[in-house]
Design a protein around this ligand. Structure first.
Ligand code: NAD
Length: 268
């Protein structure tokens, strides 16, 4: 078990029944936090994660909610209140892809991705800020009133052909995060983002499952390997802990160097 750095913390992780959210939920619990494991539809997976956490001596609850609705977000915070007596950390992580060439992208898929990846993160963050204010600062617990971490992507900065809806949502997250951070820092609410590169999860299975696709992907990663959910979870622990108390409005890229224009390694 890793060193406990989130003791006495209560966290909500959205989209936590798989992939990066699952990795963060497990790591937070191992680091001492009580964790709401949000799932949209895969209750079995969420309950399995909660069971594992409890067997390891951790504290977790599975809570169903669609984060693209105000009611869904509210339900997560109500559960945190009821089960843990409040909330200190929101990891707004749920996300989807609906890929299409630009002129084939339907209005429905444009809206769906923005609803979950941008509006969903906005709604849960808004609820978090209201809850943090209602609780008030407790210096014995943390120097911060609360912490919000968005899961963004390298595609908040790198354009991505065939994924206009996704890249637009992630670009939106960047300025949502920075604007919130600027607006809320004086209240001791820390807002930051993690921008993963290529992390091996269900969302990008096509990019790593067959060897040819994997080799193409590796050309984009100077560090020479595809990331795993633990890589992101370690960063998420630090960003949620008081060890990063002076980090405000930052995007932490966890990408094996994907942001470094790897195509320029040979010439340019
Ligand atoms: P994933 O598909 O395993 O996880 C996404 C999770 O979000 C799933 O558990 C899904 O059920 C949940 N979800 C979807 N819609 C929801 C809704 N309306 N309400 C609640 N939950 C919902 O994929 P992942 O890679 O773990 O993705 C997690 C986040 O990381 C996403 O925001 C994604 O954009 C981002 N990301 C992933 C990568 C990567 O390489 N895997 C890279 C950059 C960013």
């Amino acid at each position: 078990m890793q060193q406990s750095r989130l003791e006495n913390s209560r966290a909500i992780v959205t989209g936590a029944s798989s992939g990066i959210g699952e990795g963060i939920a497990r790591a937070y619990a191992a680091a001492g936090a009580s964790v709401i494991v949000n799932f949209r539809s895969d209750e079995e997976a969420a309950e399995r994660i909660v069971k594992d956490i409890r067997e390891d001596g951790g504290v977790a609850e599975a809570v169903q909610a669609d984060v693209s609705t105000p009611d869904g977000c509210a339900r997560l915070f109500e559960a945190a209140d009821e089960k843990f007596g409040g909330i200190d950390i929101l990891v707004s992580n749920a996300g989807i892809q609906r890929d299409a060439a630009f002129t084939d992208l339907s209005l429905e898929d444009w809206r769906k991705v923005l609803d979950v990846n941008l509006t969903g993160q906005f709604l849960c963050a808004q609820e978090a800020v209201r809850r943090f204010r209602g609780q008030g600062l407790d210096p014995d617990r943390s120097p911060a009133l609360g912490k919000i971490i968005f899961t963004s992507s390298v595609h908040q900065a790198i354009p991505w052909a065939g994924h206009a809806n996704y890249a637009t949502a992630k670009g939106g997250i960047k300025l949502l995060m920075e604007t919130m951070a600027q607006e809320l820092a004086s209240e001791k609410i820390r807002v930051n983002a993690i921008a993963p590169g290529a992390i091996k999860t269900a969302i990008n299975r096509d990019a790593w499952e067959d060897e040819q696709a994997r080799n193409e992907l590796l050309k984009l990663i100077p560090y020479g390997r595809i990331g795993n959910t633990e890589d992101v979870a370690e960063a998420a622990i630090w960003l949620a802990s008081d060890a990063s108390d002076y980090v405000v409005g930052t995007t932490l890229f966890v990408d094996g160097g994907m942001m470094l224009y790897p195509a320029f390694r040979e010439g340019g």
